[in-house]
Design a protein around this ligand. Structure first.
Ligand SMILES: C[S@@+](CC[C@H](N)C(=O)[O-])C[C@H]1O[C@@H](n2cnc3c(N)ncnc32)[C@H](O)[C@@H]1O
Length: 260
C-alpha cells in the first residue's frame, strides 16, 4: 500500500516536471476551445489547428506558421515606447516607403497610429486609412486625429477577415509588426489584394526570425521565406527586401499590373 502510494507520488512528480519543461520551452498543452480555434475539421480550410502549441500562439497554423496571440489594447503604450526610435528607426522606414504626395495609404493593424500619423504628415494631399480590429485602438486613433487636427487620416474599424477598404483604391498598404497576429491572414490578404490598385504595393515590416538574438518572442517575428510564401498565396509578387533596418525585414510586394 505504502509502495503504491510512493509510486503514485513519483509518477505525479514526473508529470508535473514534464509539463513544466514544456512550459519552459515555449509550449503549452491547451484545450483547444479558445477564440480563433475552430475544432471542427474542414478539409477546404487553409488552416490547421494543433492542441500542443506555443503559449504565445493561438494554436492555429497557416502554411506551417503558428499565428501569434493578438497584442491587446491594454498594452498600447508599448507601441509608443521611446526605444522604438532606435529599435525600428521609423523615420528611416517611412523614407524608404518612397511616398508620393497624393498617395492613398492603408496602415493595416495601425494600433495607436505610430506609423499612420507620421505618414499622414508626409502626404498632405494624400490619405491614410488607419485600420484596426480593436475598437479601443480606433477610439485612440479618432482621439489623436481630433486632438492634433489631422485632416487626411481616416480611422477604420476592420474585421479579422476584412480591412473594409474600397476596391482598387490603395497605392500602398503597410503592415508593421502586425501581420503575424492576423487571425485570418489568407482572407484578410485576399480582401487587401482587391483593395489595392493594380501595381499597388504591400510593405511588410516584421522582426527577422532568422536571427535568434533579436529579443522578441519567436511568433512575433517572421522569416523572409515564410512571408514570401504567404504573400504569393494570394497573388502578390515579391519585388525587393531592404536590409537597412536594425531588426526588421522591410519587404516590398506588388499587386501585378495585369491580371495573371
Ligand atoms: C503589435 S500591434 C502594431 C501596431 C502598429 N502597426 C505599430 O507598429 O505601432 C498590432 C495591431 O494589429 C491589430 N490587428 C490584429 N489583427 C488585425 C486584423 N485582422 N486587421 C487589422 N488589425 C489587426 C491589433 O489590434 C493591434 O493593434
Amino acid at each position: 500500500m505504502v509502495n503504491a502510494f510512493k509510486k503514485f507520488i513519483f509518477s505525479l512528480c514526473c508529470c508535473l516536471l514534464t509539463l513544466n519543461l514544456f512550459a519552459c520551452r515555449d509550449v503549452s498543452l491547451n484545450t483547444v476551445t479558445t477564440d480563433g480555434i475552430d475544432p471542427s475539421p474542414n478539409p477546404t480550410s487553409p488552416y490547421e489547428y494543433h492542441r500542443i502549441h506555443s503559449r504565445d500562439g493561438i494554436g492555429k497554423f497557416y502554411l506551417g506558421r503558428e499565428i501569434a496571440k493578438i497584442m491587446g489594447h491594454t498594452e498600447m503604450m508599448w507601441l509608443e515606447r521611446p526605444s522604438r526610435q532606435t529599435q525600428e528607426r521609423p523615420n528611416q522606414a517611412i523614407e524608404a516607403l518612397d511616398l508620393q504626395p497624393t498617395d492613398t495609404v492603408a496602415d493595416i493593424g495601425a494600433g495607436t497610429g505610430y506609423f499612420s500619423f507620421r505618414i499622414a504628415a508626409r502626404i498632405p494631399e494624400g490619405t491614410v486609412f488607419a485600420v484596426d480590429i480593436q475598437p479601443e485602438m480606433v477610439d485612440v486613433l479618432e482621439f489623436l486625429k481630433t486632438e492634433n487636427q489631422v485632416k487626411n487620416l481616416e480611422p477604420i474599424l476592420g474585421t479579422p477577415k476584412d480591412p473594409q477598404l474600397p476596391e482598387g483604391s490603395i497605392d500602398l498598404a503597410l503592415m508593421v509588426d502586425a501581420y503575424h497576429e492576423f487571425e485570418y491572414p489568407q482572407e484578410l490578404m485576399e480582401h487587401l489584394f482587391q483593395a489595392l490598385k493594380p501595381g499597388g504595393r504591400v510593405v511588410l515590416l516584421e522582426y527577422r526570425r532568422e536571427n535568434p538574438l533579436i529579443p522578441i518572442k519567436t511568433l512575433h517575428k517572421m522569416t523572409q521565406q515564410q512571408a514570401k510564401r504567404e504573400m504569393a498565396a494570394v497573388g502578390l509578387t515579391w519585388r525587393e527586401t531592404l536590409n537597412d533596418l536594425p531588426n526588421q525585414h522591410f519587404m516590398v510586394f506588388e499587386r501585378p499590373k495585369q491580371p495573371i
